[in-house]
Design a protein. Structure first.
Lengths: 221, 484
């Protein structure tokens, strides 16, 4: 019982770290830095999944932790890093909303997320149920990041961070989705990133830049 | 067995077309695979008609009258679109917009897209449904940007990001669904997300969680249906992608996404009662129909115009499903069928019309009848059909929806009439000058395949005059299944 309590506390600690990283992502403008933060997010996710797996005695969750390690801590950050190097897109432009204001909006979103998750957390029987609010907050913060950034690469990192939040929500509320579905999701994400990689090159070929303000020609006329 | 054929053929086809590459016969092979898929689907349909609903392979696949009709429709429109795309893509190649290398990508992704949609329809697992929807999005992203122009890249980017966000919300909804299922069914791993199992215990699912799950699922899959306010990817993707892709996006993908919403609605209604999910669908549907109709007026691009028309029609269908009850559901299913047949035939003619004129700009497309009577008449007949004029079938389904709305929710009638009226004026005033009048355009280098257009329109006409009793019974049983 005591051990279980300790693990729950540790998972809560990791969840707080996850939220902190999401805020850090909102405040960073250097793309390489964002990728590093994304990798850290993956690492925390992997660790917390392992803890939950240990506590609940579920081997399935170890597999999904391993999948996280391979895909989100090593694979995707490496792919993104190589892409950035080859494309030379080191810096993001000034975001649409300035950073202090974004932080404030982020705070409001966190409160909203906790309010929304409260009734569901009470129903959950998992040891990690308190973290559902944080998972939802991470999803919303990544969403905010996608809206406020203008570079294609940054938007994609926001998209991936949102997927991390979803994954964390799945572990904290239900001890993860069934394995087949998790594999399917991982495959979709991987393919998605490959397609985006192709996209980056096409966009740069056409526009000579990865700046998304070029992509605003299609409007209602 | 038939289920595996229906799913396996397109996937095998995608692999084959990816390997065989840019051979001359790739287009014919594409048609062949689509034909084989349709035949497998027909066998499946016969089996369901004879023996009722099926559960296959440890309950992982589920076929009932609701999804089998969409499987048949998907396979049918898949075949006719592949027939249409054979000469169409050759003309594009002759005009220098495509290389053989891109055509290989196109053919392979086309089959993959079909396979993903059929998987989404046939699977019994709500998680796999999500995976298949995402796969369908990913396979079409590369199709939308096939021409690699600035505009098509922008459209594809928007499509990817917006649908990505939508599908992420749907994933969260699926998670909540799984959470609710675990509370009732216990931890059964794979089986807790099976739709049939959930359906059996839907009255015991936690209403609070199910309510929240439904909101996320509706907004998430609703993005792919093209519901306002998350519709802005749709006209771009339809206008900038190659025409066969516009036809299958409009005619099939929107239906499949709506199918996912309805499956979720059935579960949510069991748990939280009929009122809330129904009202949400009605609200989103009406908003979508009215806004879609008004946005029609501002369009100058022929494919964008019909993209907005699809938004309007999806709004009407969503509204009808929200009304619920056997009649409205029947009308919604009928409208789904007729809309996909009509809209894909319109895109076929619109594609050839813009090839003839060399532009998609409607002001520059003139006198289609004088250059090619079949294209001109196809476009005008299709427009009349989509606008719900008798004797075409859409008149019947819209009439049913309108009268049911009048009886149960009279407040909605003016909005519906407004949407119908505005859409009518908007489309008719733009299509009429394109079809009639003078023109100096040249003929196309390959003769277009317009048989699919007239086959579709003939079916729409027949369904407007006479619905065979077998088909009516089939729709009725599906409508009964959806309930509400």
């Amino acid at each position: 019982m005591l051990k279980s309590h300790l693990i729950a506390q540790l998972v809560n600690l990791l969840a707080a770290g996850l939220l902190l990283i999401s805020f850090a992502m909102l405040s960073r403008r250097r793309t390489q830095r964002l990728i590093l933060l994304y990798a850290w997010q993956g690492a925390i996710l992997c660790l917390s999944t392992c803890l939950v797996a240990y506590d609940a005695g579920l081997t399935e969750l170890y597999y999904s932790a391993a999948l996280t390690l391979i895909l989100k801590v090593i694979g995707l950050p490496w792919i993104l890093h190589r892409l950035i190097e080859r494309l030379g897109a080191q810096w993001d432009r000034e975001p649409v909303v300035n950073i202090p204001l974004t932080m404030l909006i982020g705070l409001v979103l966190v409160i909203f997320a906790f309010g929304l998750a409260q009734p569901i957390s009470e129903m959950a029987t998992t040891i990690t149920r308190n973290t559902l609010g944080i998972a939802l907050a991470v999803i919303l913060l990544s969403f905010l990041m996608m809206i406020t950034r203008r570079k294609a690469v940054t938007q994609v990192i926001g998209f991936l961070a949102m997927e991390n939040g979803l994954f964390f929500a799945a572990t904290s509320a239900t001890y993860g989705m069934p394995m087949v579905i998790e594999l399917g999701i991982a495959l979709d994400v991987l393919v998605g990133v490959f397609i985006l990689g192709i996209f980056f090159f096409q966009i740069r070929e056409q526009f000579d830049s990865l700046d998304l303000h070029h992509l605003e020609a299609l409007k209602e006329d | 067995m038939e289920v595996f054929l229906v799913l396996g053929l397109p996937l095998l086809g995608a692999l084959l077309l990816a390997m065989l590459g840019a051979r001359r016969f790739a287009a014919e092979l594409n048609v062949g695979i689509s034909l084989a898929t349709l035949m497998a689907a027909a066998v499946l349909v016969l089996r369901v008609i004879r023996h009722g609903s099926l559960l296959v392979w440890h309950d992982q696949f589920f076929v009932d009258s609701f999804n089998v009709f969409l499987v048949a429709l998907t396979a049918f429109v898949g075949l006719t679109t592949s027939l249409f795309s054979r000469p169409y893509m050759r003309i594009e190649e002759a005009h220098g917009r495509l290389t053989p290398h891109r055509l290989r990508l196109y053919h392979s992704m086309y089959q993959l897209f079909m396979g993903a949609m059929l998987l989404a329809l046939l699977t019994n697992n709500m998680g796999i449904l999500w995976v298949a929807m995402e796969a369908a999005t990913l396979s079409t992203v590369l199709l939308v940007s096939l021409y690699r122009t600035k505009a098509s890249l922008e459209a594809a980017w928007k499509y990817f990001i917006l649908c990505g966000v939508g599908i992420a919300l749907a994933l969260f909804g699926t998670m909540l669904l799984y959470f609710a299922a675990q509370q009732t069914l216990g931890r059964e791993g794979m089986t807790a997300l099976l739709w049939t199992h959930l359906n059996a215990v839907k009255t015991h699912l936690e209403p609070q969680v199910m309510g929240l799950a439904f909101v996320f699922l509706l907004v998430g899959y609703g993005t792919k249906v093209g519901l306002v306010p998350l519709h802005s990817w749709l006209p771009d993707a339809h206008a900038e992608g190659p025409t066969p892709v516009s036809a299958v996006l409009s005619g099939l993908l929107l239906n499949v996404a709506l199918y996912a919403v309805i499956r979720c609605k059935i579960l949510a209604e069991g748990s939280i009662g009929v009122a809330l999910p129904g009202r949400m669908l009605m609200g989103f549907g009406l908003l979508t129909a009215v806004i879609g109709a008004f946005l029609l007026w501002r369009q100058r691009d022929i494919k964008r115009l019909f993209g907005y028309s699809s938004i309007e029609h999806m709004g009407i269908i969503t509204f009808a499903f929200g009304l619920g009850g056997p009649i409205a559901n029947f009308a919604a299913l009928l409208h789904m069928t007729l809309h996909s047949l009509t809209k894909s035939s319109i895109f076929f003619t619109a594609g050839h019309a813009s090839q003839t004129a060399g532009t998609q700009h409607m002001d520059d497309i003139r006198g289609l009848v004088s250059i090619s009577p079949t294209i001109g008449w196809g476009l005008i007949l299709g427009s009349i059909a989509i606008l719900g004029m008798p004797p075409f079938g859409i008149f019947a389904s819209e009439f049913l929806i309108l009268t049911t709305a009048m009886r149960h929710h009279p407040w909605a009638t003016p909005f519906l009439l407004l949407a119908f009226g505005v859409a009518f004026a908007g489309i008719f005033s733009k299509v009429q000058p394109m079809v009639f009048g003078e023109s100096d355009s040249r003929r196309l280098p390959h003769s277009p395949a317009l048989t699919p257009v007239f086959v579709h329109l003939a079916l729409v006409l027949i369904l407007g005059v006479y619905i065979p009793p077998a088909l009516a019974a089939w729709y009725s049983s599906a409508a009964h299944l959806i309930g509400g």
